[in-house]
Design a protein around this ligand. Structure first.
Ligand code: B12
Ligand code: SF4
Length: 498
């Protein structure tokens, strides 16, 4: 019997802001874990899935369409981040032209936050799945194949003539342990082709795991519409088994936990650490945490069990801005958590953003002071972006759709500027904050030591450095005074243009 083919696509998207191309050498190349989960699920039900990671293999829209035309699948499933919607639509149009009978299904964070609007705008997408995809996709495929009434499938969007219909309900997987393991075997050249950002891991190869889903908090810049507020966990035993499988089957040496709240349950983390310690499985790992979820004793245990780095959403050095963001923590708490983490011998990656509504010269200066005084080892600074689905999006745009901004929503473009600051000033401050943090003898010595300890990062670093100095030089030579961003290529919203 011929198997039913389904090709999953992570579409091409603008990953790097114009003027910052050199950043490509050091950024994260993790595959879509969502597609790996979906591929495993459909395979379990007799389908023949494959996965195309466009950005990682630098495939254009035409490349992807040509591959689909060759494979002739019954279905195509595209994952949508806001930044990737236009690329995905171009792919869907190409597929419709080449293979009119192939059904195009979309899902992912952008659909969870702006599904009906997207389906209205892009008629090249046939069906959309809202929220968590495993169960709903299977229900949709089964309804399509048995010609059942689509209105009975909860959590989908489809068309009836010119109208878009949304079915209510958003079934979530309550027992994550029942899901099949992500289909890592379907990824070409896994795990070597998928390194995370430079200096974010000691030794590769690396793989990602989401050990839980959901977050009950409502930080105003964050889009939590895919997994919702209810936190669900894999059991520590299952997480341990996934780690062991990755290690033994693919030689993976480092795991990046991508859960929103890895430390939400200290008991589970403690159990996982004990399993790792008892088994002697010597893998390193990193995770994300809120500053109010760490305590010295757990940190110590995590370190013993291989934890190498924790990413904290520190955001800013200003309490006033933290309050505006509805972050429960304050600067003092952040300092305490980062201090405890350093004492436990775990690195801190600080996640910051610049340009949030209410940002001023004072808050920028507070952030510069803050990043210099805490024992943080790596800093990730994104340019504030109001993602659809985040509470701040509604505050800034109400029910407007702003699809003209979607292609720029990668955290590396300013698509909105706070009152009284220009994009050029923000861009200059963006560089200044990073320089304030990295350009210190202490950091120089630290990174030199790290590079000697883990020389695998050197090649990527050199390519980045050459690119950066080249871009700076070009900026000075063309009279742009060292500014790297090219404002003519950025659509910007300011209070006066809205
Ligand atoms: C790991 C991660 C990354 C990794 C891997 C990205 C990837 N392609 O998966 C890296 C570091 C590369 C990354 C980069 C970016 N990320 Co990111 N990332 C995450 C994070 C923390 C976890 C994602 C994850 O693996 N979840 C677990 C898997 C199982 O879930 P999933 O991928 O969502 O898939 C499920 C459903 O969405 C659905 N589904 C997904 N695709 C499809 C397709 C079909 C056909 C169907 C039926 C269903 C379906 O079913 C899946 C299984 O249940 C999330 C936060 C979060 N909680 O999700 C942010 C998040 C997804 N990222 C976000 C953003 C903005 C970005 C960037 C644009 C900028 C940035 N901040 O770095 C880039 C662009 C990336 C891109 N286009 O690939 C936003 C997305 C908001 C939006 N509306 O676009 C999120 C939600 C963070 C947030 N809270 O604001 N990211
Ligand atoms: S930033 Fe983190 S804690 Fe806040 S809502 Fe998003 S996932 Fe939850």
């Amino acid at each position: 019997m011929l198997k039913r083919k389904i090709v999953f696509i992570n579409p091409p998207y603008e990953r790097i802001a114009p003027g910052y191309d050199f950043v490509r050498h050091i950024t994260n190349k993790s595959p879509s874990l969502g597609l790996l989960h979906l591929a495993a699920e459909v395979r379990l039900h007799g389908y023949e899935p494959s996965i195309i990671e466009s950005d990682i293999f630098e495939l254009s829209v035409d490349d992807v369409v040509a591959r689909i035309a060759q494979e002739r699948p019954l279905y195509v499933g595209i994952t949508l981040f806001t930044v990737g919607v236009w690329g995905a639509a171009a792919i869907a149009r190409g597929i419709k032209a080449a293979l009119p009978d192939t059904v195009v299904i979309v899902g992912g964070p952008h659909i969870s936050s702006m599904g009906p609007e997207t389906m209205e705008r892009f008629r090249e997408f046939d069906y959309a799945v809202v929220g968590e995809g495993e169960k709903v996709l299977m229900d949709l495929l089964s309804a399509l194949e048995t010609e059942a009434d689509l209105r009975a499938v909860p959590g989908i969007i489809f068309r009836r003539g010119p109208f878009v219909q949304v079915t209510s309900g958003n079934p979530v997987n309550r027992l994550l342990d029942d899901l099949p393991m992500p289909a890592w075997d379907l990824l070409p050249d896994f795990p070597r082709a998928y390194p995370p950002a430079i200096y974010d891991f000691p030794r590769g190869p690396v793989a990602t795991i989401a050990a839980s889903r959901g977050c009950p908090f409502h930080c105003k810049f964050c889009d939590t519409s895919t997994f919702g507020a209810r936190v669900r966990h894999y059991s520590p035993r299952k997480v341990f088994e996934m780690m062991r499988h990755l290690h033994h089957t693919y030689g993976v040496r480092h795991i990046m936990f991508v859960d929103d709240l890895f430390l939400a349950s200290r008991q589970r983390v403690t159990e996982l650490c004990n399993l790792l310690l008892d088994s002697g499985l010597r893998m390193t790992w990193t995770c994300t945490a809120r500053v109010d979820t760490v305590k010295p004793d757990v940190l110590k245990l995590m370190k013993q069990a291989g934890c190498w780095e924790i990413s904290f959403g520190l955001e800013t050095g200003s309490d006033d801005l933290l309050q505006k963001m509805d972050k429960a923590a304050r600067v003092e708490k952040s300092e305490l958590a980062v201090g405890w983490t350093a004492e436990a011998g775990i690195r801190t990656k600080g996640l910051f953003m610049l340009g949030y509504p209410g940002e001023t010269a004072e808050t920028i200066s507070a952030t510069k002071d803050f990043v210099r005084r805490i024992p943080m080892t790596i800093m990730n600074l994104t340019k504030f972006t109001p993602y659809p689905g985040s509470p701040i999006y509604r505050d800034l745009y109400g029910t407007n759709i702003r699809e003209d901004h979607w292609e720029k929503m990668n955290g590396m473009n300013f698509v909105w500027a706070p009152e009284g600051i220009t994009v050029e000033e923000l861009d200059r401050e963006y560089q200044n904050i990073l320089v304030a943090f990295y350009k210190r003898p202490r950091m120089g010595a630290y990174y030199l030591k790290l590079t000697l300890q883990y020389p695998n990062h050197l090649y990527r670093l050199l390519r980045f450095a050459l690119g950066f100095f080249g871009a700076k030089l070009r900026s000075y030579l063309t009279g742009r005074g060292g500014v790297l961003v090219r404002p003519s290529e950025v659509h910007l919203d300011t209070p006066s243009t809205r």
